[in-house]
Design a protein around this ligand. Structure first.
Ligand code: ADP
Ligand code: MG
Length: 246
């Protein structure tokens, strides 16, 4: 693909907490339309990596280029960058005191400086997309986990991001609610949304991913196409990890 399709380039990313080096020399790039799954054991650094990409954590070393501009440069406008790189969390992080509709309008109004009318239109469009438009006046506590996560996805989409990051979006859900969230994500992938997804749902990762990254102990141990990783893994650590899901 041409350079123009490259949205993000993560180069020699390092993150330490004190003496603990959690990420070591992470390199990968994200092109328009990519669906990248990140798999690996608990504690391998997956969340820290996503949080660095979104600058929720400050990298200790290395660079992150967004359309060729280094966003780890202290002079960069981080707010604009964060609008373009959305995040969906395991624990939803909805505003408890706001309705479903208000949750989805607040970012477009406060951050993207849209008018109330525009924000409402955007919020409605994406709530319809995730099937949550019948619940616009509900408060988060009235919703199931799956419904809350679908609202969180609509809220992220209402910022019209270029890339959406998901950190174990179904891990906090009861099993019967996992499917509704994965279905929404599959639909987004089919529409060409660029996504980076940390997940333990291996069948989903296998089916949806254009690229799979297996992390172990803070490094990318192995990466490749879905078939490379799930059908013909080369490294012992990858094989061992995947065998836990069979
Ligand atoms: P994963 O998401 O793959 O389970 P994490 O990125 O959450 O892994 O964690 C990787 C390692 O970094 C773990 O050893 C964890 O304890 C450590 N870690 C994560 N966040 C912090 C933090 N804020 N302070 C200190 N250590 C942290
Ligand atoms: Mg994690």
């Amino acid at each position: 693909m041409s350079e123009n399709n490259k949205i993000l380039e993560i180069s020699h990313l390092v993150k330490s907490f004190g003496n603990h080096e959690v990420l070591r020399d992470i390199d990968f790039s994200v092109e328009k339309g990519d669906v990248i799954s990140i798999i690996g054991a608990s504690g391998s650094g997956k969340s820290t990596m996503l949080r660095c990409v979104n600058l929720l954590e400050t990298p200790t070393g290395g660079n992150i280029y967004y359309h060729g501009k280094d966003i780890t440069d202290p002079k960069m406008d981080v707010c604009t960058y964060r609008e373009k790189v959305g995040m969906v969390f395991q624990s939803f992080n909805l505003f408890a005191n706001l309705t479903v509709l208000e949750n989805c309008m607040v970012g477009p109004i406060k951050v993207a400086k849209k008018s109330k009318e525009e924000a409402k239109e955007l919020a409605m469009k994406f709530l319809q997309k995730v099937g949550m438009d019948p619940y616009i006046n509900a408060k988060p506590k009235q919703l199931s986990g799956g419904q809350k996560q679908r609202v969180a996805i609509a809220r992220a989409l209402a910022m019209e991001p270029e890339v959406l990051l998901f950190d174990e979006p179904t891990s906090a859900l009861d099993p019967q609610m996992v499917g509704e969230v994965l279905n929404v994500m599959t639909a987004l992938a089919k529409e060409g949304m660029t996504m980076i997804i940390v997940t333990h749902e291996m069948a989903f990762a296998r089916d949806i991913s254009s690229h799979v990254i297996f992390m172990a102990d803070g490094v990318i141990e192995e990466e490749g196409t879905s078939d490379d990783i799930f059908k013909t893994p080369q490294k012992e650590k990858t094989k061992e990890f995947l065998s836990r899901f069979r």
